[in-house]
Design a binder for this molecule. Structure first.
Ligand code: PHE
Length: 343
């Protein structure tokens, strides 16, 4: 009997030491101290079978065991609580040796950057920046620019109409008219902004893109001024080695009109297999011309006294060219990985 009790005491101590969790605590309590089936409770039930002279001693020993069990249980409980608290505390103290959480800083979009660079060049040449609405009247977008109703550029296919007579501007040229109405010559302005055309998106088209318009009006402005200005600008943007070529063209709002090409900034005209210029050595970069007398009139300026030149360029195209993008739609996909490469 004595041995059995000694052995139980040893097991109590050993198992109490092994308590690691709340579940272990419950298991210990169940095994030894549960009122019905706990090992110690069962000993009490054996009392009547113990010889009367040993009963007092037996009773005393199992009471001691019960107290020991309860004490061990309580200690284990305290221990677990303490450990949990310590762990929680450690976790709540920030570790100053860990690297910080870097804040994401955005970058200027390649189109905005290209636009700003172009604006800078013209600001240095004494131009002002003008703006016009993206939702424009048919009058400013077409009529005032000498594009009559039957002109192919008026085809509804090319244009987003808001309602009759109101549309999303298809180019920045309406700002020419607005600027002439607002200012008196000499006028030297550029007008950057969004324009819209109902084009199916493809590698070189998106239904919204960016243009920069230029307009100069003064006494005695002639084609040489146009040529000199655009050459100066294009060399500033693409590099001094750039060659510039004027090709006769047609726009309803300029006469004469010219399309302007630059020597390929990628291969310089030396690679017959160049992917950017297609081996021709030239890249079309903008439209331009002398302001049509009817357009000056629509702007309230006397075409006998004054003359002017105008030009329009596509910012997306220039951005694409400089970054050698195979597809202009990358500009608008909001892919941070792409935009970060062009920083
Ligand atoms: N508005 C013309 C276009 O969008 C470009 C242009 C502007 C041409 C000014 C000549 C003069 O294609």
């Amino acid at each position: 009997m004595g041995n059995e009790l000694d052995e139980l005491k040893e097991r109590l101590i050993k198992e109490a030491e092994g308590i690691k969790s709340q579940a272990d605590l419950l298991k210990f309590k169940e095994k030894f101290l549960s009122r019905k089936k706990g090992e110690i409770s069962l000993l009490f039930k054996r009392m009547p079978t113990i010889p009367p002279e040993e009963r007092a001693e037996f009773g005393k020993r199992i009471n001691q065991l019960k107290q020991l069990g309860e004490k061990l249980l309580k200690e284990a409980e305290e221990r677990i609580k303490g450990e949990r608290k310590r762990k929680g505390l450690i976790e709540s103290i920030p570790d100053p040796t860990l690297p910080g959480i870097p804040r994401k800083i955005g970058a200027i979009h390649p189109i905005a950057r290209t636009s700003h660079e172009i604006e800078e060049i013209f600001l240095r040449m004494g131009y002002d920046i003008e703006e016009g609405p993206e939702v424009e009247s048919e009058f400013y977008n077409f009529e005032a620019l000498n594009i009559p109703e039957y002109h192919p550029a008026r085809e509804e296919q090319d244009t987003f109409f808001i309602r009759k007579g109101i549309l999303l501007r298809t180019h920045t040229s309406p700002v020419q008219i607005r600027s002439m109405k607002k200012r008196r010559p000499p006028i030297r302005i550029i007008a950057p902004g969004r324009v819209y055309r109902r084009d199916e998106p493809d590698p070189t088209h998106t239904p919204m893109f960016y243009q920069i318009e230029g307009l100069v009006v003064d006494r005695g402005i002639n084609f040489a001024h146009l040529k000199g200005t655009l050459e100066t600008f294009l060399k500033a943007l693409f590099g001094e080695e750039t060659r510039v070529r004027f090709r006769p063209s047609y726009f309803p709002f300029t006469e004469p009109s010219a399309e302007v090409d630059i020597s390929c900034p990628i291969c310089g005209g030396k690679d017959p297999e160049c992917r950017v210029c297609g081996g021709t050595g030239w890249i079309e970069i903008l439209g331009s011309g002398m302001v049509h007398p009817r357009v000056l009139e629509a702007g309230g300026i006397d075409p006998v006294e004054y003359s002017g030149f105008a030009f329009g360029l596509g910012v997306d195209r220039i951005s694409m060219l400089r970054a050698q993008l195979p597809d202009t739609r990358y500009h608008y996909e909001n892919r941070i990985e792409f935009l970060e490469q062009l920083k």
